[in-house]
Design a binder for this molecule. Structure first.
Ligand SMILES: [Zn+2]
Length: 215
């Protein structure tokens, strides 16, 4: 909770004061990709939300592929027990590193304060859901993960097995994993061990170690 609390403070103090004025400017100027086609306003909002989701997929891939970003993101992955609290367990340096990316998303895609707030709400609900330990029937899992990321699907991404970690990068819609060929659903839940190989013991994931892991 302390890790999540520090990150929440960073978001409130650093992200919102930068991103919200940018979103206001985007709204006044009609700036950004989604405004270039004269689409109905509701379609512009929907398109902005979908593109934000895709940009987050790319960001998530970068967090795993770029070594210094991975050192920040691994704090989220060292949790040995996946539940809704894991969804909030991001190192504050990851939140700081994401601010320029978020600002770029808002300006290039064209997010207004309203669409940014809607995206944030949907994003938080989505990550709380797919990190939760809700046990959906396999039938529900299969139906839902045709469209959105489900707990079992995201659990595979949190596996200690590298090829499983390097799959299921989507955070909202599953279409990005479908399109990039990174979707992996054929792993029995009982065979998934959650965590990062170097941090498999409880004493390796204490608060000081987690906070220092990035450095
Ligand atoms: Zn990840």
């Amino acid at each position: 909770m302390i890790v999540a609390g520090v990150s929440a403070v960073v978001v409130v103090l650093a992200e919102r004061p930068l991103v919200m004025p940018l979103a206001l400017w985007v709204e006044r100027q009609n700036w950004g990709f989604v405004y270039q086609f004269g689409l109905p306003p509701w379609f512009e909002i929907a398109a902005a939300l979908v593109l934000m989701d895709y940009a987050f997929y790319v960001w998530h891939v970068l967090m795993h592929r770029v070594p210094f970003l991975w050192r920040m993101h691994l704090v989220h992955h060292v949790d040995l027990d996946l539940d809704a609290s894991t969804a909030l367990r991001f190192h504050f340096t990851e939140m700081l590193a994401s601010i320029p990316w978020r600002a770029g998303q808002v300006v290039l895609i064209g997010l207004t304060p309203f669409s940014f707030s809607v995206w944030q709400c949907l994003f938080i609900l989505s990550i709380l859901f797919h990190h939760s330990n809700i046990e959906l029937s396999i039938c529900w899992e299969r139906w839902l993960n045709k469209v959105i990321v489900t707990p079992r699907m995201h659990g595979i991404h949190h596996s200690i097995v590298e090829r499983e970690t390097n799959s299921n990068w989507s955070s909202g819609l599953t279409i990005w994993d479908w399109l990039h060929g990174t979707l992996r659903l054929n792993v029995p839940q009982a065979e998934v061990t959650i965590g990062v190989p170097a941090f498999q013991e409880q004493k390796a994931v204490t608060l000081p170690r987690i906070l220092c892991a990035t450095f």
